[in-house]
Write a protein that binds this ligand. Structure first.
Ligand code: AHG
Ligand code: MN
Ligand code: MN
Ligand code: MN
Length: 335
């Protein structure tokens, strides 16, 4: 049940028993993410004032230049979770390998793992455009009482217990699901409290926005090129509108509210596309499906893919149900 002016804290307590695993551990975990989000929000907001814009000088495991805020957000989320001993492991876009969290009594009783893209859209940091954080939560599959293993992280997206994102935008929001619909909470920065602002978010079945880096058009597979031409054709409710921020979180958030499709296809220069299955595509796919939308690699629902490696990339088509089905049709026809 959702109430007017309900805070995220109240919502978590009220819905604790309806969470799929109701030991209270998941509630504590979401509370910790809420806290870390506020800290990152504070850092992102003052980024222009202090020396935390720009490159950190390191290249991450993805082959990308890490930004200072990538590193900062990564540390804030990891330390917040580590200090509270509420997860048994964390995997991050910014870390080469997964991190084992040892409980102080060393008996490893925590059952959840978190996978995280600490700062999404980091190329937008320096130009004051919205960035985000994406998180994904699974129940470990190896026995409680032992250190986490790689198979705890390499689970298909269908196994997700919860997923969500924070968007540090014109206002800061947490949007998340525990498998029972999608709810959005907006931060009142004056008092540091998130309020339920977007209960039961729903993807419109159809949309008029397509979001893709069209600069890569020449490298796209024929089916994707054909679909883009379809979007641009004057017929029925087309041409569609093109909107691309370059922050998956922000592009997805807009499309979920207004109706649209986000695409990051594979290409002749990026065999598997760019987006990471575990930190970006699975959590966003879970949210999309929970809001009545779809997420696919062109052939298979994203959440049905069994991951083989931590930093695996995957082509990604996500958004309004009818738009995703249409691009799948084009891709499969040209294949
Ligand atoms: P990140 O900043 O976490 O590395 O993710 C960047 C991703 C995603 O947010 C965005 O949609 C996409 O990369 C943009 O890529 P292009 O610049 O190639 O369009
Ligand atoms: Mn990155
Ligand atoms: Mn990202
Ligand atoms: Mn990132």
């Amino acid at each position: 049940m959702t109430k007017k002016h309900q805070t995220l804290g109240e919502y978590i307590i009220e819905n604790q028993n309806s969470f799929r695993y109701s030991s209270g551990e998941l509630s504590k975990l979401i509370n910790a993410l809420r806290l870390a989000a506020k800290v990152v929000n504070h850092e992102v907001n003052k980024a222009g004032l202090v020396d935390i814009l720009g490159a950190a000088g390191e290249v991450n495991v993805q082959g990308e230049n890490q930004q200072k805020l990538d590193v900062m957000a990564n540390n804030i989320f990891i330390e917040t979770l580590r200090n509270r001993e509420i997860v048994c492991g964390i995997a991050s876009e910014e870390e080469d390998d997964f991190i084992t969290i040892n409980s102080s009594d060393d008996n490893h009783q925590n059952k959840y793992v978190v996978l995280i893209d600490p700062l999404d859209g980091s190329s937008n940091i320096d130009v004051n455009v919205s960035v985000g954080t994406i998180f994904s939560i699974y129940r470990r599959v190896t026995p409680i009482g032992s250190p986490v293993q790689i198979e705890d992280f390499l689970q298909p997206g269908r196994n997700q217990v919860a997923a969500g994102y924070i968007v540090y935008g014109t206002s800061t929001m947490i949007v998340y699901t525990t498998g029972d619909g999608v709810n959005g909470f907006t931060l009142n920065p004056a008092i540091g409290t998130f309020y339920l602002s977007n209960p039961n978010m729903q993807f419109p079945e159809n949309g008029k926005i397509y979001s893709v880096n069209e600069g890569n058009y020449i490298h796209f597979p024929q089916g994707v090129k054909d679909y883009i031409k379809y979007c641009q054709k004057e017929e029925g409710d087309r041409p569609y509108t093109s909107r691309y921020i370059g922050s998956l979180v922000s592009d997805f958030h807009r499309n979920m509210i207004k109706g649209g499709i986000y695409m990051y296809p594979k290409s002749s220069i990026a065999e598997e596309g760019k987006l990471r299955l575990l930190y970006e595509c699975n959590p966003i796919a879970f949210l999309a499906e929970q809001a009545g939308g779809k997420a696919s690699n062109g052939f298979t629902p994203i959440m049905d893919i069994t991951p083989t490696e931590l930093h695996q990339r995957v082509p990604f088509f996500c958004g309004s149900k009818n738009m995703v089905e249409k691009v799948e049709e084009f891709i499969q026809k040209a294949n």
